[in-house]
Design a binder for this molecule. Structure first.
Ligand SMILES: C[S@@+](CC[C@H](N)C(=O)[O-])C[C@H]1O[C@@H](n2cnc3c(N)ncnc32)[C@H](O)[C@@H]1O
Length: 235
C-alpha cells in the first residue's frame, strides 16, 4: 500500500481523528498560520491576490485555517491522495475559497507559479532525506521575494533515546485524549511510511536552500513548526 492509499483509506474519518492524534493541535496549526500570514497580508495591502501552495494538503486542514485567517487568498493544494483532496475540495467550495487541486507526488515539479507562502503540515516526513532537501530547494525557489515557507511537521528526536521518549509521550497523550485502540493501530500502520528528520537537520537544509530567518517557531515533543523567508522585501 502506498502512502496515498493509506490516507485515502481513512479520508472519511481523517479530520475527526486529528485532535486526538495531534495533541497540541491548536498551537501546532495556529503557529503555522501565524508564520504564513504576514506576507499574505502584505500582498493584499499591495492590491494583489495572495497565493498559497500547500504541499501534502490532504483534506485541506491547514489551507482552510489560512483561508479563514486571511480572507481573499488563492490556494493551490498538492497531494497524491485523490480521496483526501476531494474532501478538501468540498470544504473549499462550501466556503467559496478560490483554489486549484493538483494530484501529484511531492517529488514531481511543483505547480507553476510564484507563491507568497508555501506551507505544509505532516506530509514532508514521508519523503526520504534527499527528497526533503530537494523539495525544500524547489519550495524556496517558488517563493516571491519576502515570501515564507513553513512546515508544521512530525520530527525525529535528536538522539535515539529522545526519539523513544517522543513516542512514549505521544502514546500516553493520545490514550488520554481517548483515541480508540483501532485508531491508534491504524495510525501506527500509517507511520510505517514515516521518515522523520530532526529539526536541526531540516533548519540547516532550509538555510542551504537559500532561505533566511530560519527558525523553529514551536515544538512540543515530536510536533514542530519551522521555516524561513525568501530574501527580498524585508519586514
Ligand atoms: C498526515 S496527512 C497531512 C494532511 C494535511 N496536510 C494535514 O495537516 O492534515 C499526509 C498527507 O501527505 C500526503 N503525501 C504523503 N506523501 C506524499 C507524496 N510523496 N506526494 C504527495 N502527497 C503525499 C498524503 O497523501 C496525505 O494526504
Amino acid at each position: 500500500m502506498t502512502v496515498a492509499d493509506a490516507f485515502d483509506a481513512v479520508a472519511g474519518s481523517y479530520d475527526e481523528a486529528r485532535r486526538r492524534l495531534v495533541p497540541c493541535f491548536d498551537a501546532f496549526y495556529g503557529t503555522a498560520v501565524q508564520v504564513a500570514t504576514p506576507p499574505l497580508r502584505d500582498a493584499l495591502a499591495a492590491g494583489r491576490t495572495p497565493e498559497v501552495l500547500d504541499l501534502g494538503a490532504g483534506t485541506g486542514l491547514l489551507s482552510l485555517l489560512l483561508a479563514a485567517a486571511v480572507p481573499g487568498v488563492c490556494l493551490t493544494l498538492v497531494d497524491a491522495a485523490p480521496a483526501m483532496l476531494a474532501r478538501a475540495a468540498d470544504e473549499l467550495h462550501a466556503r467559496s475559497v478560490p483554489h486549484r487541486m493538483v494530484r501529484a507526488d511531492l517529488a514531481d515539479p511543483l505547480p507553476a507559479g510564484r507563491y507568497d507562502a508555501v506551507v505544509s503540515a505532516l506530509a514532508i516526513h514521508h519523503l526520504d532525506d534527499a527528497g526533503k532537501q530537494d523539495l525544500y530547494r524547489r519550495a524556496a525557489d517558488a517563493l516571491v521575494p519576502g515570501g515564507v515557507f513553513v512546515n508544521a511537521e512530525q520530527v525525529a528526536g535528536p538522539t535515539p533515546a529522545l526519539d523513544r521518549r517522543y513516542d512514549e509521550v505521544w502514546t500516553a497523550r493520545i490514550a488520554e485524549l481517548g483515541s480508540p485502540t483501532e485508531e491508534i493501530a491504524a495510525a501506527r500502520e500509517r507511520m510505517r511510511h514515516d521518515r522523520p528528520a530532526t529539526v536541526a537537520d531540516q533548519c540547516r537544509w532550509l538555510t542551504e536552500a537559500g532561505l533566511v530567518d530560519v527558525d523553529c517557531y514551536f515544538k512540543e515533543w515530536r510536533f514542530a513548526v519551522f521555516g524561513g523567508r525568501a530574501t527580498g522585501a524585508a519586514r
